[in-house]
Write a protein that binds this ligand. Structure first.
Ligand code: UD1
Length: 386
């Protein structure tokens, strides 16, 4: 019997919500292939067996940056944990490569699926490709055109060596075409992050999931609030940049309470630069469900994250993106995203506009319909089905 093995890579927080719906869909196909009440595909599995293995690189390792996401999103425990931890870019990328190479040599997967744009994404694609293993990239084609951003380097290199490229928005198709990627490798499938959002929004709306007492207490007595996240090195690593941004945020905080789950990188930098939380309510990083619950009810979100730009668009919550560019232009063209840049005055003036009810109204980008993982798995299994 031929065994087909697929590795799914997850390393850092934003990866977990992207693999969750694909793993679920994959499991249905696997059960179908085994005649076990799952979903059949066009592929006749015959006596072939499909094995799904999850590889956690350990890029993020704190419980509230990793384990809670596996638990809340029902992702099975990883089959391998490379436990690479933190380090410089070279150290982290190299450690993932060395450790993942050993896993590949033992397991000989037929396909490696990577998501997003973190160091684990490029490290695992590069390792697999050099061992002659096919690579599929979920969330391909996004470009900020800003090579100072480590993620932009990761995106370009991963796309360049991937065999299957799954694209979330129309700009991705254009970008890949401009870079000369052959059309037959590119599949416009929608957004797996939104699959996860829609599935879990339903859990909140039906009352199947409720926030913990701790979270409810935090929001107690607040009618309107904003949510803030900030962790990008270009914003927080240097005091000359972070301090004026923080003054703008504090200014907004005088007009509306701000809830701020603080990324470990940012917490360290705030301590180093002596930035006081002041009127901003700083809390530890929260899990996926608490964050979704908080963002869904927010008057606005201020962020430098990639994923939140997309999530706020689907939730219809105005978003102020504290960056000069975005690799997700559909959130600005169609959605609720205001690309503010890092000018403190501009951030405050957009926040004021939103508070006056003049924030952008949302449309939903094409194929952000909760079915991206289904489309991806159909294509993955067909590509394996020899
Ligand atoms: C990484 C991704 C970024 C993503 C972000 C989401 C890259 C290049 N960057 O950035 O695209 O938006 O994750 O969070 O891959 N730390 C902990 N505990 C953890 C993880 C990190 O304390 O579980 C601290 C360490 O001090 C570490 C620092 O956070 O040095 C940064 O972590 P790292 O994985 O290097 O990058 P992020 O800033 O998290």
């Amino acid at each position: 019997m031929k065994n087909f093995v697929i590795h799914f890579i997850a390393g850092a927080r934003p990866n977990f919500m992207k693999i969750a719906p694909i793993i679920k869909e994959m499991e249905k196909i696997r059960r179908g292939a085994m005649g076990d009440g799952g979903k059949q595909t066009k592929v006749n599995w015959g006596d072939r067996n499909l094995q799904v293995r999850i590889v956690h690189t350990g890029q993020h390792y704190d419980g509230n940056m990793s384990e809670i996401f596996f638990r809340e999103l029902g992702i099975p425990a990883p089959d391998y944990n490379l436990e690479v931890g933190s380090g410089s870019h070279a150290e982290q990328t190299a450690r993932v490569m060395v450790a993942f190479e050993k896993v590949i040599l033992g397991d000989r997967p037929d396909l490696v699926v990577v998501v997003g744009d973190v160091n684990s994404t490029i490290a695992c694609s590069l390792t697999a490709k050099k061992l002659g293993i096919r690579v599929a990239h979920v969330e391909a084609g996004l470009r900020s055109f800003d090579m100072d951003m480590p993620e932009e380097i990761n995106r370009i290199l991963t796309d360049r060596i991937s065999d299957l490229l799954f694209v979330t928005e129309e700009s991705g198709i254009r970008n890949l075409k401009n870079e000369g990627v052959p059309d037959d490798r590119v599949h416009f499938v929608g957004n797996v992050m939104i699959d996860t959002l829609l599935r879990n929004l339903e859990r909140i709306e039906t009352g199947e999931w409720q926030p913990s007492d701790e979270v409810l207490e935090l929001f107690c007595g607040i009618e309107e609030y904003a949510v803030l996240t900030l962790h990008r090195p270009s914003n927080v690593d240097r005091e000359e940049t972070f301090a004026p941004l923080w003054r703008a945020i504090s200014d907004v905080g005088r007009r509306i309470p701000i809830i701020f789950p603080v990324h470990p990188r940012t917490r360290g930098k705030m301590e180093e630069f002596g930035l006081l939380v002041g009127n901003v309510r700083a809390i530890e990083p929260v899990g996926y469900m608490d964050m979704l619950w908080a963002v869904r009810g927010a008057k606005m979100v201020l962020t430098d994250s990639g994923g939140l730009q997309e999530e706020t668009t689907v939730l219809g919550v105005p978003c102020i993106t504290i960056r000069e560019n975005t690799e997700r232009p559909s959130t600005v063209e169609i959605g609720t995203n205001h690309l503010a840049g890092t000018d403190p005055e501009k951030i405050v003036s957009i926040a004021e506009k939103i508070l006056e009810g003049k924030g952008k109204k949302s449309g939903i980008p094409p194929l952000w319909d909760g079915k991206a993982a289904e489309r991806i798995v159909e294509i993955l299994t067909e590509s394996l089905g020899v």
